[in-house]
Design a protein around this ligand. Structure first.
Ligand SMILES: [Mg+2]
Ligand SMILES: [Zn+2]
Length: 244
C-alpha cells in the first residue's frame, strides 16, 4: 500500500525563520511589546502569549499603525526559497499534504504566504490551525485565542500547554478526523511542538530544528516517532525529499 504523508508544519521559526509576533513590534514600535510583557508578567493568572500580542496590536492601533503596515511588517519574516519550493513540491505530490499548526495567527500567516506567492489553500490544503485574527473597524487587528476562554466545554486538559492552544490535542483531532492511516511528519522548532510530537506513533517522523527548544525537549524526553534534525532550509528540503 502507498504511504501517504501528512506534513504538519509549525510556522514561526520553522516555515519562516523569524517570529512574526515579535517581528511586527520590532519593526513598528519595540517599546510596545516590552510594555505589554511587563504588564502581563505583573498580573495574576496565566501569562498568555496571545493576550500580550492582542493587547500589543491594540496599542499599535492607538499609535496610528494601520493593519496594512502591521501585515506588511509580519510579511518581512524571512521565507527561504527552499522552504517555498518544498511546500510546492508537497502540494503537487498526490500522496502528500500539508497543514499548519501554529500559535501565530491567520492574518500573519496569510500575509507571509502571499508575499512568498504561495496560495494558502493549495500549499496548506489540509488547513491552517492557528489563532483567528481579523481586521475590524475602524482599522485594528483583533486577535482571539484558538480556544475560546469563555467556553468551558472547549478547554483542553493538557498540563504541558498554554490555555489558548494544545497543539497535541489539535493534532490528535486532525488525525482522527481525516488522516488515520497517514504517516505524520511533524516539522517544528518550539517548546509547544513537544506535546504533539509526544502523541505521534512510532511510524511518524519529527523534523526538529537543530539547537531550538523542541530539539532540547526531545533529548530530555524522546518521542516514539523518529527524530531527524535540520539546521538550514536546504537540509530541511533534503529531509523532506527523502520522505516523498
Ligand atoms: Mg515555531
Ligand atoms: Zn498539550
Amino acid at each position: 500500500m502507498t504511504v501517504r504523508s501528512l506534513f504538519v508544519w509549525d510556522f514561526d521559526n520553522t516555515v519562516v525563520l523569524d517570529n512574526t509576533d515579535t517581528l511586527v513590534f520590532q519593526i513598528l514600535a519595540p517599546e510596545v511589546l516590552a510594555r505589554q510583557r511587563a504588564i502581563i508578567c505583573k498580573s495574576a493568572g496565566p501569562h498568555l502569549w496571545t493576550t500580550i500580542i492582542s493587547n500589543g496590536l491594540m496599542s499599535l492601533f492607538e499609535l496610528g499603525k494601520t493593519p496594512e503596515e502591521i501585515l506588511s511588517a509580519a510579511a518581512e519574516a524571512f521565507f527561504p526559497v527552499e522552504t517555498a519550493a518544498v511546500l510546492r513540491r508537497i502540494a503537487s505530490t498526490p500522496t502528500a499534504r500539508s497543514v499548519v499548526l501554529s500559535d501565530a495567527n491567520t492574518l500573519f500567516i496569510h500575509a507571509c504566504l502571499k508575499k512568498a506567492d504561495l496560495p494558502h489553500d493549495q500549499v496548506f490544503e489540509g488547513g491552517i490551525f492557528t489563532n483567528p485574527a481579523t481586521v475590524e473597524e475602524p482599522g485594528f487587528i483583533s486577535l482571539r485565542p484558538f480556544i475560546d476562554p469563555n467556553d468551558p466545554e472547549k478547554q483542553h486538559k493538557c498540563n504541558r500547554c498554554p490555555a489558548n492552544l494544545c497543539k497535541g490535542e489539535v493534532l490528535q483531532r486532525i488525525i482522527r478526523d481525516e488522516y488515520d492511516s497517514w504517516r505524520i511528519v511533524y516539522v517544528g522548532d518550539g517548546g509547544n511542538d513537544h506535546c504533539p510530537v509526544l502523541r505521534m506513533g512510532s511510524e511518524g517522523v519529527v523534523l526538529a530544528r537543530k539547537g531550538f527548544p523542541l530539539h532540547r525537549k526531545v533529548l530530555e524526553r524522546p518521542p516514539l516517532a523518529e527524530v531527524r534534525l535540520w539546521d538550514s532550509p536546504v537540509e530541511l528540503k533534503g529531509l523532506i525529499h527523502d520522505l516523498l
